[in-house]
Design a binder for this molecule. Structure first.
Ligand code: SF4
Ligand code: SF4
Length: 249
């Protein structure tokens, strides 16, 4: 394969169309390389988000043939075509699904980060600790995989609930809640559980696991959410029997 056609959804929600571009391909060329080629050589008005080019910043996720992927880590030769045109493989690129669309391949992440912030994704302590908070390798292992999340938003784009219910907290925020609840240094579990126990929180998830399939970092938000449900159920029982809204004894 020495070239490919990118069929890109271009425009704004008011007026848009698919535009096709021929992109040269070598071994290892990524979708993101192809987008930079178009912007540098064919059409400098093409809008997309990207930064690190090494699956760290989480900026470049978009729909590639209807599936959310980080384009910096998706090599063109590994993508099944959406079709062919004159014998050339066609790849369809669209903005991430489930987010407000701004223009071309750019979506609005404001709501994604608001939801993330709402679950208090940081260590909470009742008092400021004196000195270091030590942690054993076994304690770290309980949440280490979840720390790999790069906030790319692919899981939300893959989730059928997030796509149909804009109020749902979504897999990224819920996985972040579990990541801190599982951290032995944290004392804010109940504060997070009060947020995720909301009807638009973890109970909306039906464990179809599309989110985990889409995650480029193998974070596995789907199983984190199921563990969060167990914590939330215990929290709700405590709320009922103690009468305290924060679930404390
Ligand atoms: S497991 Fe839950 S969060 Fe993940 S895609 Fe399915 S419904 Fe969405
Ligand atoms: S859980 Fe995975 S797919 Fe979701 S934002 Fe984090 S890295 Fe991206």
């Amino acid at each position: 394969m020495d070239k490919v056609i990118f069929k890109i959804k271009r425009g704004t929600p008011e007026e848009w169309q698919y535009v096709e571009y021929e992109v040269p391909v070598e071994k290892g060329t990524t979708i993101l390389d192809g987008l930079y080629y178009i912007r540098d050589n064919i059409d400098h008005t093409l809008s997309f988000r990207a930064s690190c080019r090494m699956e760290v910043c989480g900026s470049c996720a978009m729909m590639v043939n209807n599936f959310p992927r980080t384009t910096c880590s998706t090599q063109i030769e590994n993508v099944k075509p959406d079709g062919t045109k004159n014998g050339i493989k066609v790849i369809k690129l669209e903005p991430l699904s489930g987010y407000p669309w701004i223009r071309d391949l750019v979506v609005d992440f404001d709501d994604f980060f608001k939801k993330h912030e709402s679950v208090k994704p940081y260590i909470i302590r009742k008092e400021t600790p004196e000195g270091q908070l030590l942690q054993s390798p076994e304690q770290l292992a309980k949440f280490k995989q979840l720390t790999l999340c790069i906030k790319c938003g692919a899981c939300v784009a893959a989730c059928p609930i997030s796509n149909s219910d804009p109020l749902y907290l979504g897999p990224a925020a819920l996985a972040a809640a579990y990541r801190f609840n599982a951290d032995s240094r944290d004392e804010g579990k109940n504060k997070r559980l009060a947020v995720v126990s909301d009807p638009e929180g973890c109970w909306r998830c039906h464990f179809s696991a599309e989110c985990s399939e889409a995650c480029p970092k193998d974070v596995d938000p789907a199983s984190a959410i199921q563990k969060l449900k167990v914590q939330a159920a215990v929290f709700e029982f405590k709320r009922i029997f103690t009468g305290r809204k924060d679930g404390e004894k």
